[in-house]
Write a protein that binds this ligand. Structure first.
Ligand code: ADP
Ligand code: MG
Length: 630
């Protein structure tokens, strides 16, 4: 950089973000320290990890520390570390932009959230570094990577930052905060200690602060050399026995690893000894993290090998359908210098994973049996994620299926039943499990497809998660009972009444089929009691809902719309009237018009869009006009 100073601009979203952080988190401003310490620790973990395979990185030593230092004369607080450091390029990338796709959405949510929620949001998004500007009106970052020149970044947080040559000679980063008038409290030793204790006590690396040694008897007080004091307890809870850990310690630890601000719904502290040795401390969050629904699915458990953090989000430890689980796993059976490739094929890890999955599913099963209400709360948050497992994990499919809860016609809104409860309540005549998939409960529960089943006292599971199509086809059958879509195949009815009606209606049905090119067949229905018509898919065919889902996912080509079967309710006055019209004069134009109206209403009832809405409106208007003028 040859001694010159360059001035660069922040990305626009970043400026907005900074503004919100500074102004909305005022009462929580102490969290800046947690953020800077956590960045320092991340940088140390990275250096330590890279050092395993590239010892050159460790030339400046590996006696890891984070250090706090204050200078009351100049009003500065410095947080330094001997971690990985940053090169000029990485400092521009990491401290000048936010390389995250969700930034826009995050900003929006942050603006909508009330003040109490904002710190949680900030924590979850790791916009950590910028929180320094809550307490500082100027921040300088001096950093050096092992094999790179030192670099200095400086900004007042107002849209621009300066880059110049740095003065650091050893690997690491030093962040100096020029504290604002109203943030001078962070020069105070007690205040700093309290904040470290509150947020960073379990941090593995020592957080050091030089403290004046107490003057010895008879000594001149200015002769006392300052000594380093470690402010955090550094307790790795997972290595302790559960009986030695207080509930409040678990809670604090959970908040640290998950960045959640709420207590976990469940703590699973579990270790294995013998052939397979590991320790784990896992948590079920009480609520979905804010970005859970729209961010890339990623694992929530960290892998340690003998207290050394090897991987932050370790996908090999738990399958993605358990990605809501947070916590740590520590194994002494793995080599320290494992690479991702090795991890993927590692037998020890595969066995740990299996043990963890079994354990988590067992805990969930117990919750469902013994603490149903707590389980329902959990299920509301993460049930849809669990369902992915039914589809993906053949080995655990049965166990997962037992954990499922369903909304149904009988449960009413907001309650659930299990498949066992469903089967228990089946009338004797019923031999399959009915389900109906669609966009929302209200549309499903009022749809023509469930009319007859309701009348017969047969319950129908109502499914509205996008994953449900895949889930039910994976389950196939449960306890010998097939899961059958209510909008597919035919409903059995071999009553004489229906046979007679079929004969009587034969002419109309053929005529309608000729006029409605888009349907595969027109037939009388045993499914309907109050509606006039509905569309059903063939037994093996894709449902309308799945077609819509595929087209939304951009996979419409794999699921071209398939012709459906139009079913009519012979007892409906409108169908009866159409029959009369057709019998009297098969060439009456109204036969086609009304047939189309019966078809269009069936299209609407299945949740799809009518092909030509204005033609439909014309036909309805025509009907209105006729009915009034006679
Ligand atoms: P996050 O920690 O979630 O990535 P931050 O805003 O806290 O977000 O930090 C942004 C990035 O800046 C980090 O990912 C890291 O690359 C870099 N960084 C911040 N502090 C340090 C540090 N002390 N040492 C090395 N890199 C750092
Ligand atoms: Mg951070």
């Amino acid at each position: 950089m040859s001694g010159k100073t360059r001035t660069l601009k922040f990305r626009t979203e970043l400026e907005q973000l900074l503004d919100i952080i500074i102004h909305s988190l005022y009462s929580e401003k102490e969290i800046f320290l947690r953020e800077l310490i956590s960045n320092a620790c991340d940088a140390i973990d990275k250096a330590r990890f890279e050092g395993l395979t590239n010892p050159a990185i460790l030339e400046d030593g590996n006696d890891w520390y984070v250090r706090l230092a204050t200078d009351s004369e100049n009003g500065t607080l410095t947080v330094s570390d001997n971690g990985m450091g940053m090169s000029e390029e990485s400092i521009v990338e990491h401290l000048g932009t936010i390389a995250r796709s969700g930034t826009q959405e995050f900003l929006q949510r942050l603006q909508q959230a009330d003040a109490a929620e904002r710190p949680t949001l900030i924590g979850q998004f790791g916009v950590g570094f910028y929180s320094a500007f809550m307490v500082a009106d100027r921040v300088t970052v001096d950093s050096k990577m092992a094999d790179q020149p030192a670099v200095r970044w400086e900004s007042t947080g107002k849209g621009k930052f300066n880059l110049s040559e740095g003065t650091r000679t050893t690997r690491g980063t030093e962040i100096t905060l020029h504290l604002k008038e109203d943030a001078q409290e962070f020069l105070d030793d007690y205040r700093l200690r309290a904040v470290v204790k509150k947020y960073s006590d379990f941090v593995e690396h020592p957080i050091l602060k030089a403290t004046a040694a107490p003057a010895q008897e008879g000594e001149e007080s200015e002769a006392a050399e300052p000594v380093d004091e470690t402010l955090n307890s550094r307790k790795a809870l997972w290595l302790r026995s559960p009986s030695d850990v207080e509930e409040s310690e678990y809670e604090e630890f959970y908040k640290q690893v998950s960045k959640d601000f709420e207590a976990p719904a469940r703590t699973i502290h579990f270790s294995a000894e013998g052939a397979l040795e590991f320790r784990s401390l896992l948590f079920l969050p009480a609520r979905k993290p804010m970005d859970f629904a729209w961010s890339e699915p990623k694992a929530g458990v960290q892998l340690y090998v003998q207290r050394v953090l090897i991987m932050q989000e370790c996908e090999e430890l738990l399958p993605l359908y358990l990605r809501f689980v947070r916590g740590v796993v520590d194994s002494s059976d793995l080599p320290l210098n494992v690479s991702r490739e090795i991890l993927q094929q590692n037998d020890v890890l595969a066995r740990i994973r299996k043990a963890l999955v079994n354990k988590v599913l067992r805990v969930l099963g117990q919750m469902k049996e013994k603490e149903y209400d707590a389980y329902v709360d959990f299920y509301r948050e993460f049930g849809a994620t669990l369902k992915e497992g039914v589809h993906q994990d053949f080995e655990q499919r049965e166990a997962l299926t037992r954990l499922l809860l369903f909304d149904s016609v009988a449960t009413g809104e907001g309650s659930y039943l299990s498949l066992d409860q469903y089967i228990e309540a089946m009338p004797e005549s019923q031999d399959v499990i009915h389900y109906l998939i669609g966009e929302n409960r209200a549309a499903l529960v009022n749809s023509p497809y469930v009319e007859r089943m309701r009348e017969r006292g047969e319950d129908v599971l109502l499914l509205t998660d996008p994953i449900d199509e895949f889930m039910v086809s994976s389950i196939g059958e449960y306890e010998g009972k097939t899961l059958q879509a209510a909008d597919r195949g035919s409903v059995e009815d071999d009553s004489d009444e229906l046979k007679e009606a079929a004969e009587r209606f034969a002419g109309l049905l053929t005529a309608m089929q000729e006029k409605l090119a888009e349907v595969k067949e027109v037939r009388l229905s045993a499914r309907l009691t109050t509606s006039a018509s509905c569309l059903v898919a063939d037994d093996g065919a894709m449902s309308a809902h799945l077609e819509r889902l595929m087209s939304r996912m951009g996979r419409g080509e794999e699921a071209p719309p398939q012709p459906r079967i139009l079913e009519l309710n012979a007892k409906h006055p409108a169908v009866e009237a159409l029959w009369k019209l057709h019998s009297a004069d098969a060439s009456d134009q109204r036969v086609e018009d009304y047939a189309r109206l019966l078809y269009d209403q069936a299209v609407l009832a299945e949740g799809s869009k009518v092909g030509d809405p204005s033609a439909m409106a014309r036909r309805i208007n025509d009907l209105i006009a006729r009915s009034v003028t006679g």
